[in-house]
Ligand binder design. Structure first.
Ligand code: AMP
Ligand code: MG
Length: 420
């Protein structure tokens, strides 16, 4: 059995940095989905993770062919200075090769994708010639090899086209199809169960009891997890009672590879997630030097890995995107775990404490000079769900940063980069 968490996970010292946390995750994550591989037709494989290298078994394109509609010819028949008249001796449309060989002084009418006839090395575009009956006049100045696509210029036989661990994007499926593969071998989907925790949480669509708020996190998290290609199960709301949390996690752990909770991981009297996980398996409680967020619980409940996110919706979402997402992708077998951050111009002034990483929700606007500029959503509180809705992504400020002035460059993580 692959255990995600062992004693090496234990945090020593004070607050843990984001880089340290991500490095530990990268080192420790093992693929848990290789116990059952699936052979899927290409049409069902989008978003799934390749379980074996896909090797090119052929050259693509399989033949030299024409990039334009025109006439295939022998470059040596042309003149550098004067037009030359050639005799059209045949036709090569896409899917209908010309079977003869091109004779000196001859040309073959050819269309885009048509196979280059034997003896032809160059194609002239039909717009550049004058044609009458079986005669075609070629202007001077055509380069040898013009408008000709070469066999194998896209894929070469024997190359690794797509590597194990790749999450299949639409264009990857196109590449596999071009190589003649009707299907691919992928890991089974990771099974992820999601709980919310808190006596104050009510189910949207139902009544709101006094003192309650509607559960928002489960809807954010289940949708994000589904976007990663995992099989997500909504496990509902756990109350703030140790026995109930323990029983809920214990039961759910049997059918899942990963359990994910939000809320209940602080050190308040009503925060029972830690205690429950500790009594069922391992728990490593990370105090991260981050804002929003801070407590992130990682552990093992039975055979399932466990992640406890903070309860505040913004903190839960940020911690999911930055920490739980790479964990989920890694457990599922993916090799590319972390998102690309983009440099944009800050359209705001901001001061922060040194020593922790901070994420601010921001909207991007194009400045008149074309540069993307990040504008902060206010208020900044980590409970403001609208800050996630009214923004395009997260400005990420490093540990060393203490102040940002408008016009400086900052890192930006678009939601689209991590929502799938
Ligand atoms: P906790 O981490 O359990 O102390 O929760 C911190 C804050 O987040 C509290 O205001 C909770 O009411 C709120 N919260 C926790 N879970 C959710 C949830 N699933 N949906 C919306 N708000 C939540
Ligand atoms: Mg709570």
């Amino acid at each position: 059995m692959n255990k995600l968490v062992d004693d090496c996970f234990n945090q020593v010292g004070d607050l843990m940095s984001t880089a340290e946390a991500l490095a530990i995750l990268r080192q420790r994550i093992v693929t848990v989905t290789q116990d059952r591989l699936e052979q899927l037709p290409l049409a069902q494989a989008a978003g799934r993770i390749l379980a074996a290298d896909l090797v090119s078994t052929m050259d693509v394109p399989p033949h030299d062919n024409s990039a334009v509609d025109g006439y295939a010819l022998r470059h040596e028949d042309l003149s550098d200075d004067d037009p030359v008249e050639l005799t059209v001796q045949g036709r090569a449309a896409a899917g209908h090769p010309y079977t003869g060989a091109l004779e000196p002084g001859g040309a073959v009418r050819i269309f885009t994708g048509g196979v280059m006839p034997d003896g032809a090395d160059t194609v002239v575009m039909q717009e550049d010639v004058t044609a009458q009956d079986d005669r075609v006049t070629i202007p001077p100045g055509l380069k040898q090899g013009a408008n000709r696509r070469h066999r194998g210029e896209d894929s070469r036989q024997g190359d690794i086209a797509l590597r194990r661990g790749r999450r299949l994007r639409p264009q990857d499926l196109g590449l596999a199809a071009s190589l003649g593969h009707g299907g691919v071998t992928v890991f089974r989907p990771l099974r992820v169960g999601v709980f919310s925790t808190g006596d104050e949480l009510a189910e949207p669509g139902g009544e709101l009891p006094p003192g309650a708020v509607y559960d928002a996190n489960r809807y954010v998290l289940t949708a994000l997890i589904a976007g990663l290609g995992a099989k997500v199960t909504d496990l509902g709301i756990l109350p703030d009672r140790l026995d109930a949390v323990r029983e809920g996690l214990d039961r759910a752990s049997r059918g899942q590879d990963l359990l994910l909770t939000s809320g209940g991981v602080s050190v308040g009297d009503e925060d029972h997630v830690r205690g429950a996980v500790e009594s069922l398996g391992h728990l490593n409680f990370w105090r991260l030097a981050i804002k929003p967020g801070r407590p992130l619980a990682l552990g093992q409940v039975g055979d399932a890995a466990f992640v406890g996110l903070p309860g505040n919706p913004v903190a839960a979402t940020v911690c999911f995107l930055r920490f739980a997402r790479p964990l989920i992708l890694g457990l599922a077998g993916a090799t590319d775990l972390e998102p690309v951050l983009y440099r944009v111009t800050a359209g705001f002034d901001y001061e922060k404490k040194a020593g922790r990483r901070e994420w601010l929700r921001a909207r991007l606007e194009r400045k008149p000079d074309g540069e993307p500029c990040a504008l902060l959503f206010k208020p900044l509180g980590s409970g403001i769900i609208n800050s996630l809705v009214q923004s395009h992504g997260l400005v990420e400020l490093g540990e060393d940063v203490t102040r940002i002035k408008a016009g400086e460059a900052v890192d930006f993580l678009p939601y689209d980069e991590v929502a799938s």
